[in-house]
Design a protein around this ligand. Structure first.
Ligand code: PLP
Length: 399
């Protein structure tokens, strides 16, 4: 018996994993190779060096772990803090929630500021907390830069300004899982001490790598940090990475993919990458307006250029849209998670995307909404995106 395989392709419009560029896909087709042969150290060192670009750092040290973003969270916490250390953070979505959960399970004393889902890091509240901390008991401030549940990008620069205005010495730990490599990220300028991402997001690779960068201050803090750590102990990386070696068997195909992905980002230029993400996101937001719907994000200063989270009418189950899209059109949209399950759906536009790709997600979302029974006028959103993109398009360099 033949099982049915839909023609065409699966249209992947979730905020990770994201579409992999053809050249990255090809770069990963590699035979197994021995990472202890002499080809490996220069190959790996070049990749580590190129990673600095996505973090916006010259001073920081990048580390590549076999793992995922969650592992990166653990690297950031376990290498800088000790049991009972006070950490301040914000909860405004499922990922910030899970990071808080990890902080608690690791034995940190967590002061979690509850923020309505759809809003970002509350700088005024942070200022109040840090001001009250006169004997500087707070050891770290942890912020999820782009909350992938809500489509909200917090302002890390402003978080840093609050810390600096009070001369607070806490470390700044940032989850950049759905921002780094796509959105503006300035590790050095914002004095981020630990920055974390995962390979399946803006780097547009398969899942399987946690990429982390540590500031000199974080590496210094590590020496006194007493949280238990083993697999994620930076010590083992620091012992081996400088000579281009690794403490654990690396995924060779993923590293070839990362090298190619970094090459593409470098060729495009990070500034252009950031601008492209903004343009694609703006087009998507125009479409949402055209549909007469609202973003979950409550203030335009927090609008995410990684993904758009769209509120559906009250009483309507948003998962219907996602189900119809997948069942009828082979389209994968993001469902609402946790507190906003059934109330929103998500369109990812981070990583390897262009206008026609994101346009196809909008086209598909429109069809899925219509199939799910929403009174959407065909073309109402797609038309707005076309207007915006066509009036702001650029000739591709070299064409
Ligand atoms: N942080 C954010 C903002 C995320 O979006 C995700 C995953 O989607 C994670 C952390 C967890 O990463 P992973 O699923 O790679 O462990």
């Amino acid at each position: 018996a033949y099982s049915h395989v839909p023609p065409g392709r699966n249209h992947l419009a979730v905020p990770g994993p994201v579409n992999i560029h053809d050249s990255v896909q090809r770069a990963m087709v590699q035979p197994s190779q021995n990472h202890r042969d002499p080809w490996f150290p220069p190959f790996f060192q070049e990749i580590l060096e190129d990673c600095k670009m996505i973090f916006g750092t010259k001073e920081g040290t990048p580390f590549i772990y076999p793992g995922t973003g969650t592992g990166g969270w653990e690297v950031a916490l376990a290498n800088t803090l000790s049991p009972g250390d006070k950490i301040v953070t914000f909860r405004y979505g499922q990922f910030s929630h899970l990071w808080v959960d990890m902080m608690q399970r690791l034995g940190l004393d967590v002061e979690c500021v509850e923020v309505p889902w759809g809003c970002g890091a509350d700088e005024a509240k942070l200022e109040q907390i840090l001001k009250a901390d006169t004997d500087k008991k707070i050891k770290a401030v942890a912020v999820v830069h782009n909350e992938t549940t809500t489509g909200v990008t917090s302002d890390i620069k402003q978080v840093r300004e609050v810390m600096d205005s009070l001369s607070h010495p806490a470390l700044l730990l940032v989850d950049g899982v759905s921002s780094i490599g796509g959105l503006d990220f300035q590790m050095d300028a914002w004095k981020v001490d630990m920055a974390v991402t995962g390979s399946q997001k803006a780097l547009s690779l398969p899942t399987g790598l946690a990429v982390v960068a540590a500031s000199p201050k974080a590496l210094e803090a590590r020496k006194g940090a007493k949280l238990k750590r083993c697999y994620y102990d930076l010590e083992d990386m620091l012992q081996t990475n400088p000579s281009g070696n690794v403490p654990y068997t690396p995924s060779i195909p993923l590293l070839y993919g990362l090298r190619e992905s970094l090459r593409l980002l470098k060729a495009e230029g990070m500034e252009n990458v950031v601008k492209r993400h903004h343009r694609l996101a703006e087009g998507t937001r125009k479409a949402v307006e055209g549909w007469g719907m609202k973003l979950l994000c409550k203030e335009s200063r927090w609008n995410s250029d990684s993904l758009t989270v769209i509120e559906t009418p009250q009483g309507f189950d948003s998962t219907k849209i996602v189900k119809e899209g997948y069942a009828r059109y082979n389209l994968s949209l993001g469902v609402g998670l946790s507190e906003v399950a059934g109330k929103v759906f998500r369109i990812g536009h981070l990583g390897n995307n262009d206008e026609i790709m994101v346009g196809s997600y909008l086209f598909g979302a429109e069809m899925a909404m219509i199939s799910a029974g929403l009174p959407i006028k065909p073309g109402s959103g797609v038309g707005k995106a076309i207007e915006y993109w066509a009036s702001t398009s650029n000739v591709i360099p070299t064409r």
